[in-house]
Design a protein around this ligand. Structure first.
Ligand code: NAD
Length: 402
């Protein structure tokens, strides 16, 4: 195919986050870069711009198979529910398409490895949509970490207090769920969905080359549940990489207050911080030098355009293998702890009918203190806290571990 022809893009899942890709493609300033050859969604009417898609003559399908029976894409962008990622990614790759799959990779490490293997076998790429990893800020920071500018990494910490209300949990039939009605793992949680970016980001920064992540080798987690869901809505973890770097992550959907993401990455000769007030990644070196890397939230659709360009040749910032460190950690967290409840007196429902948030009194302060001190809640002696089991992830092949 000529280099000048637009890349043929298929969108799978257009009703939720997938609308971001619909907007990017319908509004693209350079239409010669990419053309939308179809959309797949069994509930396509959920997409606010469906009428416009149809007016432009873009065909709408209710399944990937239906599209594949008559058409071919060069790039398939998957924004469907988490438990469909592996199946749809592998089917698109098998049909000769490259893939940009939304984060997280998949519910289980065995699915992530299958996706990586099929991409390798087919000679196509399978990118994962962690937008921070595609951002110039994160890319530049990673280059400096790899060049040894700050010395060896010691301890990385991230805090995300993100209240999510009942509308969030009611937006589909898989939010907060362990399994689908068909028995497939979903493992939806703040760790595996809304705040996944920020856990992934720590392993990504620690990777031994620009496009790789460090893998966790052992961890201990604590999981808690306050909403009426089958999985958890608060998760904390201390993980270790093979190089002995400590990775601490604190996230919840059950606080009244919003804070984060914020991070503090400590190195031998400097500290790198990000906070949502300045929204910039800033490094302070031991010799007093300061570097502002800018915001990792700039250019959120860069991942799409990088993948469009990569179809014609070139590297992608974050592929399935790099994004699998998060999946391994997330699976390990599920192995480490069963979700514990909070005492009833700590839990209340706050806000307007239809948008009520389940709030655990004092949880925001507890997680903030744990983050500041680099400890887990159970190590602070909090009466509600339940320590998880230590999990060794070396040789971990399948969730759940037999
Ligand atoms: N990168 C980000 O910042 C970001 C933000 C939000 C969500 N996401 C990710 O996007 C994905 C979707 O999440 P969501 O919150 O939009 O979910 P959602 O349930 O709100 O929307 C999913 C869409 O997929 C459609 N769908 C269902 N079954 C399908 C099938 N078999 N084939 C094709 N489409 C199907 C649904 O009809 C719906 O339109 C998840 O992986 C999520 O983690 C990423």
């Amino acid at each position: 195919m000529s280099e000048r022809l637009p890349v043929r893009v298929l969108l799978v899942g257009i009703g939720g986050y997938g609308q971001t890709y619909v907007n990017a493609l319908l509004d693209q300033p350079q239409p010669e870069r990419a053309c939308l050859v179809g959309v797949v969604d069994p509930y396509a009417e959920r997409c606010k711009r469906l009428a416009e898609i149809q007016q432009r003559g873009v065909p709408v399908f209710s399944s990937l198979e239906e599209f594949q029976a008559q058409g071919q894409a060069e790039l398939t962008v998957i924004s469907s529910p988490i438990h469909l990622h592996c199946r749809q990614t592998c089917a698109a790759l098998a049909a000769g398409s490259n893939v940009l799959c939304e984060k997280p990779v998949a519910p289980t490490i065995q699915e992530a490895r299958r996706m990586h293997e099929v991409a390798r076998r087919q000679g196509r790429f399978a990118a994962v949509g962690y937008q921070w990893s595609f951002s110039p800020a994160t890319q530049a920071l990673k280059r400096d970490v790899l060049a040894g500018r700050f010395g060896s990494p010691r301890r990385l910490r991230t805090l995300v207090l993100w209240p999510r209300n009942e509308a969030y949990y009611a937006r589909n039939n898989w939010a907060g769920a362990l399994k689908s009605a068909q028995g497939d793992w979903i493992l939806d949680s703040p760790v595996n969905n809304a705040t996944a970016h920020y856990l992934h980001n720590m392993f990504f920064i620690l990777g031994d080359s620009q496009g790789r992540s460090a893998m966790p080798v052992r961890l201990q987690a604590e999981l808690y549940r306050a909403n009426p869901i089958s999985n958890y809505d608060t998760g904390v973890v201390r993980a270790w990489t093979a190089d002995g770097v400590e990775v601490l992550f604190y996230c919840t959907h059950t606080t009244a207050r919003l804070r984060g993401p914020e991070y503090i990455f400590e190195f031998e000769r400097g500290t790198v911080c990000y906070d949502t007030v300045s929204k910039h990644v800033v490094a302070t070196c031991a010799d007093g030098a300061r570097q502002d890397y800018g915001s990792p939230d700039d250019a959120t659709t860069r991942k799409l355009w990088d993948c469009v360009a990569a179809v014609r040749g070139g590297a992608i910032a974050c592929d399935v293998e790099a994004a699998s460190a998060h999946t391994l950690c997330m699976n390990g967290m599920q192995e480490s702890a069963d979700p514990a409840g909070f005492p009833a007196r700590m839990v209340s429902r706050q806000g307007e009918e239809g948008a009520r948030v389940t709030v655990v009194d004092g949880l925001d302060t507890a997680l903030e203190q744990a983050y500041e001190r680099g400890v887990l809640p159970a190590e602070m002696g909090l009466p509600w806290a339940v320590a998880g089991r230590e999990v060794d992830l070396r040789g971990y092949a399948e969730f759940p571990r037999a």
